[in-house]
Design a protein around this ligand. Sequence first.
Ligand code: FES
Ligand code: FES
Length: 167
Amino acid sequence: MESQTIKVNINGRAYSLVAGRDFEVTETLSTVLRERLGFTGVRVSCNQGACGACTILLNGRSVLSCMMLAVEADGCDITTIEGLPADDPIIKAFAEEADPGYGTAMQCGFCTPGFVLETKALLAENPHPTREEIREGLSGHVCRCGVYQGIEHAVEKVSKAISEEGK
Ligand code: FES
Ligand code: FES
């Protein structure tokens, strides 16, 4: 049987993955990213599309990597949390968010990569979302520590910073 090769660009680096050698055709994209390639910032919790932990950017759009096969990503650009610079404004806002009255946006940090990448996709489409639009945009994500208010505040903070930069 002819071997199947997929070509993907992950965090700016080209990968050529051969089925049967580098991955199995039945494996999800989250499994290949995490287990095969070591991008452990791709978190897997429910593994059934219900928690948002495994969110990545696929050609700039947020997708649940546990809900697609790796072969479906052939030819695509993938961004995981490892692909963002350490001074990314969204990462900074999540890390810094601890204003009195709001609490932290990051307690154990398990859900954070998914929220950060979803926020990236959200703000690319709508740089100045209302609190309701933030809630709606992040509604597919579960934070077991329950720091939703801090997360919403962090997103508002980044959005405000973006608008001030644009002035
Ligand atoms: S692990 Fe993919 S949505 Fe929960
Ligand atoms: S910060 Fe712990 S699950 Fe969200």
